[in-house]
Structures are given as structure tokens and as C-alpha cells.
Design a protein around this ligand. Structure first.
Ligand SMILES: C[S@@+](CC[C@H](N)C(=O)[O-])C[C@H]1O[C@@H](n2cnc3c(N)ncnc32)[C@H](O)[C@@H]1O
Length: 259
């Protein structure tokens, strides 16, 4: 089962992995019917797999009627929840004995308290700002000759004001924090609310004593996707990964429910 499936990214990753041939039934659930519609359209090239697509509050209720699953996946999901502990108490009921729960692409606590990785990331961000200033686009935008597209925060604020859900614009950094509740503000540990990313030991504790931790894979040791594409900074990554294998900014954690 893929909980918070969105457009089906994690389901596709699993189906296309070496696990794929062992899977014959998949349930995708998301609160958003629009996401689940796109998700269902993407799953038409697996004739040997039976899919169930569930959405909205009614879909969530329907999950209660499903048999426990051998694998429950959430991807880029936990950090959006106000009550992560409550959600994990629920997840434990969805996992069959000897089955697995996999939490993919979550912010990793270890990164935010690793001073070297935070310093390298800050250095990369400074480098990026300087490089931006060397582009014609930057100066055209600054001089007002070229118009930039409105950013996400501006669009969301426009919609909040239009629909009357908000009476004034919400500053962009707070808006991001309202959505990515447990992703630290910038890369600071000084948080107005939410967890400073997750520890695998805390997730294991929240799942309860009938789950055991099986492994954690971390990545993004410089917390910026562009570092991978820069010839100088990408050369630094293998060393950081080897020195701090458990401290990348993003983590995938695997837990198994005992027999
Ligand atoms: C960042 S997206 C990740 C989607 C997908 N798992 C992926 O990896 O691409 C988060 C998804 O969680 C869904 N979502 C947020 N809160 C939810 C909730 N309480 N219950 C179910 N789905 C939720 C959103 O609609 C969105 O599709």
C-alpha cells in the first residue's frame, strides 16, 4: 500500500525494482482525489497487478476494510503531518506480521546537527548566489527588464486571499513551514514548530515494540539538488557520503513488523 501516494512516484519505484515481480496487488491512497486520478492513469502498464485507488476521507475509511499489507510505503509524506506519532500508530495496523513499513524521502535529523554538512551546504548556497549574479538573467530581472514568473508562495497567497481563507498574505517562509511542517526552516535547528527532521530510532519507537528497524539509507549530503550537477561540488560528495553515511539531509528508513 502506498499511503499519501500522490501521482504514484513511490509505487512506480517499487514496481520497477527487483520487488516488482513479487507484487500482484497494490492499493494507492491519497487524501487528494486529483492526485489519485493522475496516479491511476500512470499504472496502466502493469497487466499482472490489481490496483485499488482510494481517495478522500471515504477512501481512508475504506482502508480499514483491507487485509493487512506485506509492504506499506510512504514517500515524502510524514513531514507534512501535524501528528506523525498518531499516524504511525495507525500504520502499524496496516502492516501484516513479517511485513515491512518503508518511510522514504524524509528530512533526516542527523544532517541538521552535523556541523560540517551544514557548513558545506551554507558554503554551496553562498557560491550559488555569487554564480547567479554572474548571469545576464539576474541583472535583467534586477533592472526590471525581464519579468519573473510568480513563485509558489505568491500563487498560494493569491488563492488564499481570493477564496477568503486568509485576510492577509502569509510570508513565504511561514507558508513553506506550514506545508513542510517537520522540515527545518533554512538549515537551522532553531524551529518555531515541528520536528528537526526525523531520527530512525524515534520512528521505530513511534511504530511500537513489535517493529524492528532494518536499515536507513541517507542521501543529499549537500542539501541542494544542484550540488550534484556542479563539477567542483559534486567531487566533494563521495567523501562526505563515506564519512557520514547516516547523515545525508534526506533519508529512507525500513522497519519490519515481527512475526
Ligand atoms: C509531497 S507529496 C508526495 C507524493 C508521493 N508519495 C511521492 O512520493 O511523489 C505528499 C502527498 O501527501 C498527500 N497528503 C497530505 N496529507 C495527507 C493526509 N493526511 N492523508 C493522505 N494524504 C495526504 C498530498 O495530497 C500529497 O499527494
Amino acid at each position: 500500500m502506498d499511503y499519501g501516494a500522490g501521482t504514484g512516484f513511490a509505487t512506480l519505484q517499487v514496481l520497477n525494482s527487483s520487488l516488482g515481480p513479487f507484487i500482484n496487488e497494490v492499493v494507492c491512497f491519497d487524501l487528494s482525489p486529483a492526485m489519485i486520478k493522475i496516479c491511476s492513469e500512470k499504472m496502466n502498464s502493469y497487466p499482472d497487478v490489481t490496483f485499488t485507488f482510494l481517495a478522500d476521507v471515504s477512501g481512508r475509511q475504506e482502508l480499514e476494510n483491507q487485509q493487512p499489507f506485506n509492504l506499506v510505503v510512504t514517500n515524502a509524506f510524514l513531514h507534512h503531518l501535524l501528528d506523525v506519532e498518531g499516524f504511525l500508530k495507525q500504520v502499524r495496523q496496516y502492516v501484516a506480521a513479517s511485513g515491512f513499513y518503508m518511510a522514504g524521502h524524509e528530512p533526516n535529523y542527523n544532517f541538521y546537527v552535523n556541523e560540517e554538512l551544514v557548513q558545506v551546504t551554507r558554503a554551496f548556497q553562498r557560491y550559488k548566489r555569487i554564480r547567479q549574479r554572474l548571469t545576464l538573467r539576474y541583472w535583467l530581472l534586477k533592472a526590471g527588464i525581464k519579468k519573473s514568473n510568480p513563485d509558489l508562495a505568491t500563487l498560494v497567497n493569491q488563492e488564499l486571499l481570493r477564496s477568503g481563507l486568509s485576510e492577509q498574505s502569509i510570508p513565504a517562509n511561514l507558508l513553506h513551514k506550514l506545508v513542510d511542517i517537520h522540515v527545518p526552516f533554512g538549515i537551522s535547528t532553531d524551529q518555531p514548530w515541528g520536528e528537526i527532521g526525523f531520527k530512525d530510532s524515534t520512528v521505530a519507537q513511534w511504530l511500537g515494540s513489535d517493529f524492528e528497524w532494518k536499515g536507513t539509507y541517507t542521501y543529499s549530503h549537500i542539501k541542494d539538488g544542484l550540488a550534484n550537477r556542479d563539477w567542483y561540488w559534486k567531487k566533494r560528495l563521495p567523501h562526505l557520503e563515506a564519512t557520514y553515511p547516516l547523515d545525508g539531509a534526506d533519508a529512507l528508513m525500513v522497519f519490519r513488523k515481527k512475526d
